[in-house]
Design a protein around this ligand. Sequence first.
Ligand SMILES: *Cc1c(COP(=O)(O)O)cnc(C)c1O
Length: 392
Amino acid sequence: MNKASFLVDSVLAALREVAGTAPVPLHAPEFQGNEWNYLTECLDTTFVSSVGKFVDRFEADLASFTGARHAVATVNGTAALHVALLLAGVQAGDEVLVPTLTFIATTNAVCYCGAVPHLVDSEPQTLGVDVARLREYLSANTEEKNGHCVNKATGRVIRALLPMHTFGHPGDIDGMLKLAVDFKLALIEDAAESLGSLYHGRHTGTLGLIGTLSFNGNKTITTGGGGALLINDGELARRAKHITTTAKLPHAWEYRHDEVGFNYRLPNINAALGCAQLERLPQLLVDKRKLYERYREALKGVAGVSLFAEPPHGTSNYWLQALVLDRAQAAQRDALLAATNAAGIMTRPVWTLMHRLAPFVAAPRMDLSCAEDLERRIINIPSSAVLGRELA
Ligand SMILES: *Cc1c(COP(=O)(O)O)cnc(C)c1O
């Protein structure tokens, strides 16, 4: 046996020890609480669509769990991002700073506004925006004009910074808030992956102007499809509710709409699922943290690879567990992906970086070498909450 396959075999054995018998999905939802009760109530009362009590309750429960003053539920996380950017004043022809290491929803939402994603690098401790290097880059490449940050190369206004809390790990929010003030940027947090993650005790997605969540089927909790905006400002929250519900003015029977809005509301049936899922979220977070500990134990003796750990400034929800190969072992990534998937243990590389995707190859960017380095070395491994409980 050569050294290379020794690494693959050792990791595979460790994953088997924790995840048990194949097949093991990357992330499976579970419905062990009131999901059936609340869904039955929707069906029995016929309130399955745009009217019903579960939407209001889900929004109130989300606000209370996260500490945001207001939450507005949406049909998915991408729609929440789109509306967040519009409310932050992002206009056609603007640029928005987005990490290249993210899921395509983040950059797509920028394009829906007619704006241009300006890609930024990540750093290895949080897998989030590298604030220090972004500050240097902006200092050298932008100038202030009429109170706006302008890209000297393109002449376009850079309106917002849209960081993402990768795999649930909170990024350097204080650093980003300071950067946002210094460079006159709106800070919008893509917290799609970080429900339950805290930065110095405060919930991610509540620290900038607006934060967004996703309840897609692979997230920590799911509503089938769904998302939400977290907003502290009352007027902004009112605007968010208005434009996500076709901008309809309240009236007993008349259809009057005062602007072009969106049909982005979350159906009651999805919100019902969300209410039940939120009740179980605290337990899921305990289980996911336990899973991190089980993997750490199993991987202890395995050289050449480490398990990604939450940064010291926060508490992660450990949405997706990640292995990071040592640089010397990066060439083993594909062999490891092949061996684990062939064994029925689902693993995945990190998303293809945004600047390699056809729609964004020409996007403005800073040096992205850290994200490129991480891309070669990260592998996501099975992360369902159930794996954190003792296996039978
Ligand atoms: C899941 C996710 C979203 C939103 O996805 P939807 O499927 O539209 O709910 C946005 N950004 C990131 C980083 C995500 O992981």
